[in-house]
Design a binder for this molecule. Structure first.
Ligand SMILES: Cc1cc2nc3c(=O)[nH]c(=O)nc-3n(C[C@H](O)[C@H](O)[C@H](O)COP(=O)(O)OP(=O)(O)OC[C@H]3O[C@@H](n4cnc5c(N)ncnc54)[C@H](O)[C@@H]3O)c2cc1C
Ligand SMILES: *[C@@H]1O[C@H](CO)[C@@H](O)[C@H](O)[C@H]1NC(C)=O
Ligand SMILES: *[C@@H]1O[C@H](CO)[C@@H](O)[C@H](O)[C@H]1NC(C)=O
Ligand SMILES: *[C@@H]1O[C@H](CO)[C@@H](O)[C@H](O)[C@H]1NC(C)=O
Ligand SMILES: *[C@@H]1O[C@H](CO)[C@@H](O)[C@H](O)[C@H]1NC(C)=O
Length: 544
């Protein structure tokens, strides 16, 4: 993989590349089809531009921007840079539906693809639309956020809203969403298109299992309300649906009473088998911690602070002196929620739970923080990394879901043979039991009840040639994926990235027919979500 998409879109080479496409289409190497196979494989005829100029005649509350599209060709991954022709900044839902309907009605050749863009924290261009139209969801103005504090409390939000803002609003009512991501500066539409998995998912399921209702604009431009009881097929299709069946415009998110404080704990293990046994034990209990995660530390110092948290233990001296020195440790991270006046009961409960675990006794690190500080923990690190210029670097992340029966083999191979250390970024490892998760959503998980999320959250150092370079980390990721394939581990990618429709078919497995049918029903011209490269062509008939 010598060819990197970032190479061809570096600022200095950018103009050259555009020129190259126009003039030299036929000789473009296949490998350059990294933005969109479709638009490179068929000659760029005029329709996309034609459609754009006719779009500008629509009466909208928002507006189209045809210049200065650079930011829509960027994402957190910082690896793919595929510029669109235009950005729609919608104000109302009708702006989105009118635009899509217009394109759908005149565009039988599906030249102009459409991608919803939340906060652009995708990793491999998933929210980009090469030579297409990007819908900037953050400019959508809905009705105000409204909290219903009834028997089954919920909040109605616009899909472009950041989870951090939802947290602040619902807390005014003493309520909060139940299931989170580790980082809250992500939009509702963006995480619901994937799943939203974090340390609460073992208990509540991912974020997509905590939604009562959605408003969706389909690939035909229809605006539909959907829920378990109304347009259920679309509802479950869109949840975890990678933006393939519609653009989510509003969501009704389930809430619970919010705690005020959090006891946040880290303990270390030297054996993976003991660590995993304790994690699996904790997630099997009825009365347990409210959050269970974990991560791997290999040959590092200053191990207790990694970038994804602002963990500040009671004994920072002991923590900072901890040195894994060539060895591998597994850090269990748990949290217990409580209210200020419940301090004593909480401490007893935590002690009881900890007494049942087999961690290295001298490695108990604890901290007490507010609920908001706990949930928003990554943001503190973001600020520090931004200040150092280390936030906007390439992020070649790899997220895998590994069946429980194969996790020991996986850990042995990856952490003892493939990875030399964990200095490129945190590597999360924690189990969930999906028996109570909703299996009607589009999310793909391994077949077993219990599986582990293993997240390699690497940052690459620009221009480096060493073990922290993008090339090196990507090749390491390839070796990990290769191993999973060769050993038939039964792993599934989360926030998956594939280059061809065939690979996607393998990813969806038994669900592929359902996915295809839903595509033909809700987005038959395959206008939506081009950045994933699942469907390149219209699906007029279903072969189910
Ligand atoms: C620092 C960091 C930490 C993270 N931690 C976690 C974590 O703990 N758990 C977890 O599950 N994920 C995590 N993620 C991944 C994150 O959930 C996804 O990257 C998510 O897509 C980002 O949301 P966004 O709003 O930036 O989406 P974007 O990148 O803008 O979009 C993501 C995808 O959803 C589509 N989309 C966006 N909005 C809509 C909409 N309204 N309707 C339909 N489709 C839409 C886009 O077209 C694209 O395909 C993390 C990411 C980062 C950068
Ligand atoms: C791109 O599409 C063409 C025709 O649609 C196909 O023959 C080719 O294999 C595709 N290439 C890739 C890299 O997917
Ligand atoms: C651990 O890291 C140090 C410094 O980065 C390095 O010199 C040493 O070889 C590493 N040890 C192992 C066992 O990889
Ligand atoms: C998963 O959870 C279900 C329901 O709580 C339980 O019956 C089952 O034993 C759990 N599976 C494992 C492997 O722990
Ligand atoms: C989904 O779960 C239900 C209830 O647990 C089960 O009966 C059904 O077979 C499952 N469906 C799939 C596709 O796994």
């Amino acid at each position: 993989m010598g060819f990197l998409p970032s190479d061809c879109f570096e600022h200095s080479k950018f103009l050259f590349f555009i020129f190259f496409i126009v003039v030299n289409l036929d000789s473009l190497p296949i490998k350059a089809n990294l933005c969109s196979n479709n638009s490179v494989a068929t000659p760029r005829n005029i329709p996309a531009h034609d459609i754009l100029s006719s779009l500008q005649t629509l009466a909208l509350d928002g507006y189209f921007n045809l210049e200065d599209n650079g930011h829509a060709a960027k994402d957190f991954g910082n690896i793919y840079h595929c510029p669109p022709l235009a950005i729609l900044h919608p104000k109302a839902v009708s702006d989105i539906s009118r635009t899509i309907k217009h394109i759908y009605e005149i565009d039988s050749a599906s030249e102009l693809k459409i991608a919803a863009r939340g906060h652009g924290h995708s990793l491999q261009g998933q929210a980009q639309a090469y030579q297409g139209l990007v819908v900037n969801m953050e400019s959508l103005e809905g009705p105000e956020m409204t909290v219903d504090a009834g028997e089954f409390p919920y909040v109605d939000v616009s899909a472009g809203m950041l989870w951090i803002n939802i947290l602040h609003e619902t807390l005014k009512h003493g309520l909060a969403p139940k299931s989170w991501t580790d980082y809250l500066h992500l939009t509702v539409g963006g995480t619901l298109s994937n799943a939203g998995i974090s340390g609460q998912a073992f208990r509540h399921g991912p974020q997509i299992d905590n939604i009562f209702q959605l408003e969706v604009v389909t690939g035909k431009g229809e605006v539909l309300t959907c829920s378990e009881n109304q347009n259920a097929d679309l509802f479950y299709g869109v949840l975890g649906g990678l933006g393939q069946f519609g653009i989510i415009t509003r969501a009704r998110v389930s809430l619970e009473p919010a705690p005020t404080k959090v006891k946040w704990i880290r303990v270390l293990y030297s054996e993976f088998s003991v660590f995993a046994m304790d994690q699996e034990y904790l997630i099997s209990l009825e009365n347990t911690f409210d959050y269970v995660e974990g991560f791997v530390i290999k040959n590092r110092t200053g191990i207790l602070n990694n970038w994804r948290s602002s963990f500040n233990p009671k004994d920072p001296l002991q923590a900072s002196q901890f040195n894994s020195d060539g060895r591998t440790f597994y850090c269990l991270e748990v949290a217990k929620y409580f209210y200020i006046d419940e301090n004593e009961a909480m401490n007893q409960e935590v002690e009881r739970l900890l007494s049942e675990l087999s961690y290295i006794p001298s490695t108990l690190f604890q901290s007490e923080v507010s609920y908001v500080d706990f949930l928003d923990r990554v943001h503190v690190s973001e600020m520090k990394l931004r200040a150092k210029g280390s936030w906007e670097v390439p992020h070649p992340w790899l997220n895998l879901l590994i069946p429980r029966s194969r996790i020991h083999e996986f850990v042995h191979e990856v952490f003892e043979k493939i990875l030399v250390d964990t200095s490129n970024g945190p590597i999360l490892v924690y189990p969930v039991n999906q028996s109570r998760w909703n299996n009607r959503t589009s999310l793909v998980t391994p077949e077993e009840e219990v599986f582990y999320l293993v997240a390699f959250l690497s940052s690459a150092v620009p221009f480096s040639k060493g073990k922290d370079s993008l090339e090196y980390i990507q090749s390491q990721n390839e070796r990990i994926k290769e191993f999973c394939k060769r050993a038939q581990v039964g792993a599934k990618q989360y926030l998956a990235h594939y280059k061809t429709g065939e690979e996607w078919e393998g990813h969806f497995g038994k669900r592929w027919q359902v996915i295809r049918r839903r595509k033909s029903e809700y987005d038959p011209l395959a206008l939506l979500g081009p950045g994933h490269r699942i469907f390149q062509k219209p699906i007029f008939s279903t072969s189910v």
